[in-house]
Ligand binder design. Sequence first.
Ligand code: SAM
Length: 330
Amino acid sequence: RSPDAEEANQQPIKKHIGDVGRVVEHYNARPDVGVKQRLESPIIGLKNFNNWVKSVLITRFGHPALAASPVHSGRDRSGSGKVLDMGCGKGGDITKWAKARIKELLAVDIAAISVDQARSRWQTMRGPTRFDAAFAALDCYSDPLTKAFPPERLARPVDVVSMQFCMHYAFETVQKARCMLDNVSRWLRPGGIFLGTIPNSDQLLERLDALPPDVEELSFGNSVYKIRFEDRHSRPLFGHRYYFYLEDAVENVPEYIVQWDNFVQMAAEFGLFPVYKKEFHEVYAEHEDHEEFGPLMVRMKVVDANGESAMDEDQWEAANIYIAFAFEKR
Ligand code: SAM
C-alpha cells in the first residue's frame, strides 16, 4: 500500500440521501468491466467517441497548461504538471494523464467504490509515465477539497482541473454550484485551465419545447438514450431537473440543466473565463482531418480504417447532447 492510499482512506463512509444518494448509488453500483467486456458494449462506438473528445480537449487545452507549469525544470520536459480530476469516476482518464506526462494527480469523486477502482487502476501503472497521485471520496459540490487532502497535497497549485461528464450534478442548487466553482478555482494557478464536458442545455430545452402539447410524458430520445423532464414551462437557473437514461451506462439518474450564460457569469466571479465551447459534433468536424486527432480517431476505434463510423445514427444523436468547454483562470 502506498502512502497515498492511506491518505485517501481518511474519510469516513458517508451516507448520501435524496437525488445525490441516487447518483452515488448508481455510479457505485456500475461494474468496472474489463477491456474485453467493454468492447462488447452495445454503445462502444459512442463510448469511444466520448473518450476521443476528452482526449482532444485534454491535448489541446490541458497539455499547453501542463507544459507551462511553473515547476517545469528547464531541460527535463517530462512530468511537471499537476492535475485535479473532479468527478473522476473509475479513473477512465488516467491513461490520458499519463500521456500528458503529468507529475501529480489529485482525483476525487463522491462514489467511494469508483474512487477505489480508480486508485487500483493507478496502482497497476508501470513505466516512465507513472505519476504521483492521491485519491479521495468527496462530495465536491458540498465540501471543500481540504476535507479530502492534507495541506501538503494542496500546497502546490494545479495546472489543470478536469470535470468530465459530471459538472451538471452541481447545478442542483446555487450553493452547490458555488462550492464546485470554489473547489475548481481555489487551487488552480493563474493561467491554468479548467476543462470539462456537460450536456447542452440549449439543445435539451429546445427538444422539450418541441414536444407536442398533448404528450403524456415529457420525454424524448431514441433506442440509446432517453431524457424526461417533469415540467414543461419552468426554467429555473438551478435545480432544473430531468432524468437521464443511457443504454449500458446511466439508469434514469436525476441531472440538472446548466444554462451556459449563467455558468459563465458565475465562473467569472471565481476568475474563470471561457476560451472554448463546442458541441460534440463540432469537435468532430473541427478535428476529423487533423494530423494528430484524425489518426487518433482510428486508433480509438471511433471510425475504422476506411473512415466508417463505429456509431449508428442513434448513438450519434446521443453523442451530440454534449458540449466540451475550456476556461482559463485569470
Ligand atoms: N469523469 C468520469 C469519466 O469521464 O469517465 C466519470 C463520469 S460519470 C458520468 C459522473 C461522475 O460524477 C460519477 O462518477 C459521479 O459519482 C460523479 N459525481 C456526481 N456528483 C458528484 C459530487 N457531488 N461530487 C463528486 N463527484 C460527483
